[in-house]
Design a protein around this ligand. Structure first.
Ligand code: 6PG
Length: 484
């Protein structure tokens, strides 16, 4: 490839980086790939020969200087390296090779505060940083991911044509957008992952209920999940769940799922979402429950010991399969709506807190395709936010159409929660969703008592409903306290 002729350079040619390089080259852009591992370069070149038809422009280099010299100024370097210290290390190595107005795109799941820090540091050398969340796994990277971009708008404009071409499309509309300044892209990707945790937990609870309460076979569960995936609540996570149900174990007989250890792993993005929600005072109880359950699942040794000590309820309810499957489907749909709603409310409030000025309709639009949480509901959310009457709706569950859905489905949600509670099947996702629904529709909550308790033990004062200001009484010596 000629000197300084490549549109983009990609650092990190693992599966994601290599697939993204192939995807971009396939769209007619010239790509340079860098990795210190020569095997990865060979693999990528072989894959390109096999998979890319016609003429394509893809060069690889294992020397950073050679790699940089392949890039057209202003240079665009996309990083697909492990999060944390490796991103800082690569940026430090890159900086001496870059010039003002060159662009670094960090495409890992970096924490948004790291992106802010790195952008400020790079700005001193007038190097621009775009923080880009990318979702869709390795398949998405190869055939069209959803990409959430934040950072300087002029830098986005420089790369937007290329990213639009490489992204997933829904009805011809690319699943990529510039979402705002600074770390807006990584912030949105973090919340995407929080929603991902919530939906995965809800689907897992549904599977558990089908298995433990209805004793359904893998074929039956496959059929049910597939039907739901094809219906109104359908989405990628339901589709893969249906497929997982039928996967046979290649190492021994039976289904693979039954051989997988029941301790979920995590890289932490769900926890970041919960932490950010707590700091922003936004209730995200389904996501929080999902994060806690991943942690609890890892105590598997202890769980097996405790299962001998703590008993389960004596009562056993005979359930009819078809009606309970129906209830599970309605409950799952309602709880999923509330999980997206919790994420959307966090985005809405987080956007004000961090001054991103997110356009909520854009977020819903680019989540419709390519990403892990893509689902039919995202099109409903896009339509809600694109309606001028609802652009400032902070929580989409208050929109008349979704509120109506939840009003109806609460019956089944209650039935599922009640049955799981009585039968001793843990369902914290469903239970959190129901409490969220009940709390939001409660004109009065017992927080008056919490105010009183805080004032009692810590003189933290309380507000009154009948007059302005903050009040404090000496609870031990007051008339009210004495008379109980
Ligand atoms: C995506 C995924 C992706 C990755 C998660 C897994 O959108 O493509 O979210 O980013 O699979 O990081 O996260 P955990 O390891 O925390 O489950």
């Amino acid at each position: 490839m000629k000197h300084a002729s490549c549109d983009i350079g990609i650092i990190g040619l693992g599966t994601m980086g290599a697939n993204l390089a192939l995807n971009i080259a396939e769209q007619g852009f010239s790509v340079a790939g860098f990795d210190t591992d020569n095997d990865k370069l060979r693999l990528l070149n072989g894959q390109a020969e096999r998979e890319l038809s016609g003429s394509y422009q893809l060069s690889t280099a294992s020397d950073l200087g050679d790699f940089i010299s392949l890039l057209k100024p202003p240079r665009t370097v996309l990083l697909l390296v492990p999060v944390g210290a490796p991103v800082d290390a690569v940026i430090d190595q890159l900086r001496p090779h870059l010039e003002p107005d060159d662009i670094i795109i960090d495409s890992g799941n970096s924490h948004f505060t790291d992106t802010e820090r790195r952008a400020k540091k790079l700005a001193r050398s007038r190097i621009r940083l775009l923080g880009m969340g990318i979702s869709g796994g390795s398949e998405g990277a190869r055939h069209g991911p959803s990409m959430m971009v934040g950072g300087p708008q002029a830098s986005w404009e420089h790369v937007s044509k290329l990213l639009r071409a490489a992204s997933a499309k829904v009805d011809g509309s690319p699943c990529v957008a510039w979402l705002g300044r600074g770390s807006a892209g990584h912030y949105v990707k973090m919340v995407h992952n929080g929603i991902e945790y919530g939906i995965m937990q809800l689907i897992a609870e549904t599977y558990d209920a089908m298995k433990r309460l209805l004793h359904l076979s893998h074929e039956q569960m496959h059929e049910i999940f597939q039907r739901w995936a094809d219906g109104a609540m359908g989405g990628y996570l339901l589709e893969i769940t249906a497929a997982i149900m039928l996967e046979q174990d290649a190492l021994s007989s039976g289904y693979l799922l039954d051989k997988i250890r029941d301790a979920a792993r995590q890289k932490g993005t769900g926890m970041w979402t919960s932490r950010e929600a707590m700091e922003s005072q936004v209730p995200t109880p389904v996501i929080d429950a999902a994060v806690s359950m991943r942690a609890l699942s890892d105590y598997d040794q202890q769980r097996r010991q405790v299962s001998e000590i703590l008993n389960q309820p004596e009562r056993h309810i005979e359930l009819e399969t078809a009606p309970f499957v129906h209830a599970l489907g309605e409950a799952l749909h309602a709880a999923m709506i509330m999980t997206y709603a919790q994420g959307m409310q966090l985005l809405y409030i987080g956007s004000r807190r961090h001054k991103f000025q997110l356009v909520m309709g854009d977020v819903a639009r680019i989540w419709r395709g390519g990403c892990i949480i893509r689902a039919r509901l995202l099109e409903d959310l896009r339509q809600i936010y694109d309606d001028p009457n609802y652009v400032t709706l902070d929580n989409p569950m208050f929109h008349p159409s979704l509120a109506k859905h939840l009003r109806t489905a609460q019956t089944e949600l209650r039935e599922v929660v009640e049955t799981c509670a009585k039968q001793g099947v843990p369902a914290p996702g469903f239970m959190s969703a129901l409490s969220y629904y009940d709390a939001f529709r409660s004109a009065s909550l017992p927080a008056n008592l919490i105010q009183a308790q805080r004032d009692f033990f810590g003189a933290h004062t309380f507000e009154r409903i009948d007059r302005d200001g903050r009040f404090h009484i000496d609870w031990l010596n007051s008339e009210q306290a004495q008379h109980g």
